[in-house]
Design a protein around this ligand. Structure first.
Ligand SMILES: Cc1cc2nc3c(=O)[nH]c(=O)nc-3n(C[C@H](O)[C@H](O)[C@H](O)COP(=O)(O)O)c2cc1C
Length: 321
């Protein structure tokens, strides 16, 4: 891989248009949003959309989620036949929709099942299988290390660890010490994840955990530049300037145009709203545009108002955060 900063899979965010931008700015690996292993859902629009990749998205990593070893193995085979070069297994997602069917991080409760799933999927295909997990189920059951050892013994090629338990969801500090411990006890690459928000933090966290790479999630929302900044900082120690408003405008308008093309106008305009917010909320003038932007229903008008917003902000000499 060309760098040590990877994009975290985020359902509802890391679709093809978003991944393409993050790669353009230097994300070394991007992964699809999670897709259900259940074959019955394979033909749903959601699953089909989540399995669309750009030609240059290499290696092509598909994340699968589920709890039935055979169904997960079958999903891995299906995706490899359709071009996946890495299969990532989701054991990190705390979402109710996922956990109620004992998938995602709910699986961490059942180490025997984790072993069976990992061994079965590794045997099913001949591409690397990676695992995304957490530090445990809850504070009393921090079995992240045990899961990491199971992963290594099962033939998993790399392990990404979000430094929180399932119970903690996204709250509280990230336990980098647990990730450092995991890294010191296993021999497969470990990717550290959770609250990586600045280049300085990347350096500190890598030095502290000795992890092989970092995985950035929410800090990339409205901020694909973070990958370019991390790569530069790790390579040369230099801190790049933040993007200008002109660059922001170009990247955001290209992004939302790609959303219209990918999802069609009706859904594209609605999906674009959150990306516009993430890009613009650090710019003062956005407060007066927010409600207007969120009510617009046509692509032309949305694009026009975004351009007008940037034009005014640039004229007034505003700076983005
Ligand atoms: C909106 C959203 C969707 C997510 N969807 C997934 C997912 O599909 N698969 C997964 O493994 N993790 C998912 N996650 C977890 C992230 O990959 C990541 O582990 C988490 O956000 C912590 O990293 P961060 O602090 O850099 O955001 C999601 C997180 C968010 C905020």
């Amino acid at each position: 891989m060309k760098g040590r900063a990877l994009l975290a899979p985020m359902a509802g965010v890391t679709d093809k248009p978003f991944r393409d931008i993050c790669r353009q700015f230097g994300a070394a690996l991007t992964t699809s949003e999670m897709v259900a292993s259940d074959a019955k859902l394979r033909n749903s629009l959601k699953t089909r959309e989540r399995l669309i990749f750009s030609e240059d998205e290499k290696p092509r990593s598909v994340q699968i989620v589920g709890s039935d070893p055979m169904a997960l193995a079958e999903a891995a085979r299906f995706n490899v036949e359709n071009g996946a070069q890495i299969i990532d297994i989701n054991m990190g997602c705390p979402a109710k929709k996922v956990c109620n069917v004992a998938a995602g991080s709910a699986l961490l409760k059942d180490e025997k099942l984790v072993a069976t799933i990992l061994e079965t999927v590794v045997k099913a295909v001949n591409v690397p299988i990676t695992l995304k997990t957490r530090t445990g189920w809850d504070k009393q059951n921090k079995n992240g290390l045990s899961i990491a050892k199971i992963a290594e013994d099962s033939g998993i090629s790399a392990l990404a660890v979000h430094g929180r338990t399932r119970e903690c969801a996204y709250k509280g500090g990230v336990e980098y010490e647990t990730i450092a411990n995991i890294k010191s006890r296993i021999n497969i690459p470990v990717i550290v994840n959770g609250d990586i928000t600045s280049v300085e933090k990347v350096k500190d966290v890598l030095d502290y955990t000795h992890a092989d790479a970092v995985m950035v999630g929410r800090a990339a929302q409205g901020n694909p530049w973070i990958f370019r900044e991390i790569n530069e900082y790790l390579n040369t120690g230099a801190k790049l300037a933040r993007p200008t408003l002109e660059e922001r405008q170009k990247v955001l308008t290209d992004h939302i145009t790609n959303l219209y093309l990918f999802y069609g106008e009706y859904r594209g305009v609605r999906i674009a709203r959150k990306h516009i917010k993430w890009h613009c909320e650090g710019i003062q003038r956005y407060i007066s545009y927010k409600n207007v932007i969120n009510k617009i229903e046509s692509a032309d008008k949305q694009l026009a108002i975004v351009n007008q917003f940037f034009h005014q902000s640039i004229m007034e000499g505003e700076k983005a955060a």
